[in-house]
Design a protein around this ligand. Structure first.
Ligand code: IVH
Length: 411
């Protein structure tokens, strides 16, 4: 091995180690200046010796050319969905069904809990440890190849150690709530349409044909499961989670395993209570039978495995009447619309005012005085009006689209 080759390999390893510490563990190990100088040294080496530019090089995270379209990919194994439990009763009914199907002979059943991330389901394929392909869920059978954009996400390892010949890692790509709030503020200030919620902004970002645009959005990914594998097997789901953590994937830190239903229900309620304090949106808790043999033997009904269920939280949206669109003067002197609402409870908080961002957004959403509207609290302390309801849109008696006042209300 030439010294340049050895140095390039060392730099790749060290840089990805720093990426893992910073992005996955949230424990930076070097300052920006040192990190940049390592990356620059690697770029320089690769420019001088293009043959050293490997697909798992951190320099290859961004840099691919924009695509014309995304290619379809067939998943190695279908990406399923989950049945819901909306309350404790439904969770108990599910547990009773699992126990009945498992039969008297079944060993003691334990249940894993983890947050249900409200993002975009993604599958990552690793061949001999190298990240080769990533795809959206699509219809569950066929998704879109978004590998280029996934490479820009530093939480996704480009190479994994001690890897089997094949492994498919599944998880949820999302935009942190803080990043979502910032992105919407920037878009509103630039007069661009805002995103309704972090999920839509993550979906919009991962479907950018230009990877440079995707790279400019601080997307991240929580991994929660393993699909097809060759040369890898686990007895328990909790072991698969730990395997992913050990390989550098970002896995929710608070996954637990419960031997009884009381502890399971308490954990679901704890997540619901803590929901607002997290920097990512969760819309429930996923409960999974931890014993994988049993999980498999329970089978699938339609698209839903019997061995897992989603405990769903109360929705973050509510419907109310828009009394009137009102106007403020923004920082740069332009008029900023906001909504005066009939007070309504949204996930435990009374909402009377909501943002409408800017005139363009208002026009795009086409909300009008008197409309029945959908209000949402998400990723942002300021609630927002998402849209008029379908009923309001069909109504024959709508008022005219609101216009900003001719005279500045502040002067
Ligand atoms: S397990 C059996 N675990 O929820 C299907 N899904 O309705 C495998 N999701 O689109 C799902 N967080 O992408 C699982 N911790 C988690 C999850 C999770 C979010 C999404 C998943 C899927 C939807 C299922």
């Amino acid at each position: 091995m030439s010294s340049a080759e050895a140095r390039a390999a060392e730099l790749r390893r060290v840089i990805e180690q720093h990426n893992h510490s910073y992005y996955v563990l949230d424990e930076p190990t070097v300052g920006d200046d040192e990190y940049d100088s390592l990356l620059n040294e690697l770029r320089q080496l690769e420019a001088e010796h293009p043959e050293l530019r490997t697909p798992d090089s951190p320099t290859q995270r961004v840099g691919a050319k924009p695509l014309d379209k995304f290619e379809p990919v067939r998943h190695l194994q279908p990406m399923l969905s989950l049945a819901n439990a909306r309350n404790e009763e439904e969770l108990r009914a599910w547990d009773a069904r699992v126990r009945k199907l498992a039969g008297e002979e079944a060993p003691e059943i334990t249940y894993g809990t983890e947050p249900k991330i409200d993002g975009l389901a993604i599958s990552l394929v690793y061949e001999n440890g190298l990240f080769v392909r990533g795809a959206t869920r699509g219809d569950g059978e066929i998704g879109e190849d978004v590998t280029q954009n996934l490479r820009t996400i530093k939480e996704i390892p480009l190479r994994i150690p001690d890897a089997p010949p094949l492994v498919e890692v599944r998880g949820e790509v999302y935009l942190p709530r803080s990043a979502f709030a910032r992105l919407n503020e920037e878009r509103a200030a630039a007069g661009e349409p805002t995103f309704a919620n972090p999920r839509n902004s993550a979906a919009g970002s991962i479907r950018q044909l230009d990877p440079a645009l995707a790279a400019s959005r601080p997307l991240s990914m929580w991994c929660y499961g393993i699909g097809t594998t060759e040369g890898l097997s686990f007895d328990r789901h909790s072991e698969a989670l730990q395997w992913m953590r050990d390989r550098g994937f970002k896995v929710a830190p608070d996954t637990k395993v419960h031997a009884d239903l009381e502890s399971l229900v308490a954990e679901c309620r704890r997540w619901e209570n803590d929901r607002e304090s997290l920097d990512y949106e969760i819309d429930g808790v996923v409960v999974k039978v931890d014993e994988l043999d049993l999980q498999r033997s329970l089978g699938v009904v339609g698209r839903e495995p019997r061995g897992a269920i989603a405990w769903k939280f109360a929705p973050m949206t509510a419907t109310t009447t828009l009394r009137a669109v009102m106007w403020n003067v923004g920082r740069t002197g332009h008029m900023v619309p906001f909504a005066n609402l009939e007070p309504v409870q949204v996930s435990g908080v009374t909402v009377k005012l909501a943002t409408l961002h800017n005139e363009e957004d208002l026009r795009r959403k086409d909300v009008r005085d008197g409309d029945e509207v959908i209000v949402m609290r998400a990723g942002d302390v300021i609630p927002q009006v998402v849209s008029p309801t379908a009923k309001a849109q069909r109504s024959k008696k709508r008022s005219a689209p609101p216009e900003p006042p001719a005279e500045c209300p502040a002067c």
